[in-house]
Design a protein around this ligand. Structure first.
Ligand code: C5P
Length: 221
């Protein structure tokens, strides 16, 4: 069988990373979480106290930054300038600022180049916002995952709670809506379903059901 390139896009909390990881494991493919790359740059920008509205300043920092993935004990780690930041990039503070970093053209150009290099060998599941539209427009299979904003908020809420961060549900919902708005309306590669993507509404589906659906779609390729 040919090793496929699978692109998974969708708004925050649609279940992309959980599902993409499982699909990749099942097929023995590589999984690439592009959101983690934008999050890592955001973490560094916040730590350095950069003004995120100053696009030149953030772009200059991005140019000097190395973001990599590394498998340690079967777990995929995010490495920022040589340091493991896997957990640190998941805080709500990073989530609430990442869209400002991700809308900067020079930042995207740099990360998209890296993402294409990582996918070049095939046998890859990549998730993000612009994978089917911009990063890998020739992907063998494109999936657009969606769910109601209530369901997506609930999933984020549970994730944050599990990592020990208490947040207010309504506030979190507003933050997710705001992040999606920025992602959908930015000038460079906005969040959008590719014309040839298969849309899956995950609101009432379990993780396994979504994984099953994607594996079925792979069979049809
Ligand atoms: O997927 P995740 O929620 O971790 O992504 C965090 C943010 O990174 C998104 O809200 C978006 O601003 C940005 N992102 C992006 N393009 C991608 C992946 C993520 O702009 N391919």
């Amino acid at each position: 069988d040919k090793e496929l390139v699978i692109a998974i896009d969708g708004p925050a909390g649609a279940g992309k990373s959980t599902v993409a990881k499982r699909v990749a494991d099942t097929l023995s493919y590589i999984y690439i979480d592009t959101g983690a790359m934008y999050r890592a740059l955001t973490l560094k920008a916040l730590k350095q106290g950069l003004n995120l509205a100053d696009e030149d300043e953030v772009a200059a920092m991005a140019k000097e930054t190395e973001v990599k993935f590394k498998k340690v004990n079967e777990k995929e780690k995010v490495i920022l300038d040589g340091v493991d930041v896997t957990d640190k990039i998941r805080t709500n503070k990073v989530s609430n600022n990442v869209s400002l970093v991700a809308k900067i053209k020079a930042v995207r150009e740099r990360l998209v180049k890296l993402q294409r290099e990582m996918a070049a060998q095939g046998g890859v599941v990549m998730d993000g916002r612009d994978i089917g539209t911009v990063v890998l427009p020739d992907a063998d299979l494109k999936v657009f995952l969606n769910a109601t904003v209530e369901e997506r908020t609930m999933r984020r809420y549970e994730d944050l709670k599990e990592s020990g961060e208490e947040v207010d549900f309504e506030k979190l919902k507003e933050e997710i809506i705001r992040r999606d708005e920025i992602d959908k309306n930015r000038e460079v590669s906005p969040l959008k379903k590719a014309e040839d993507a298969n849309e899956v509404d995950t609101t009432n589906l379990s993780i396994s059901e979504v994984v099953e659906e994607i594996l079925n779609l792979c069979q049809e390729v």
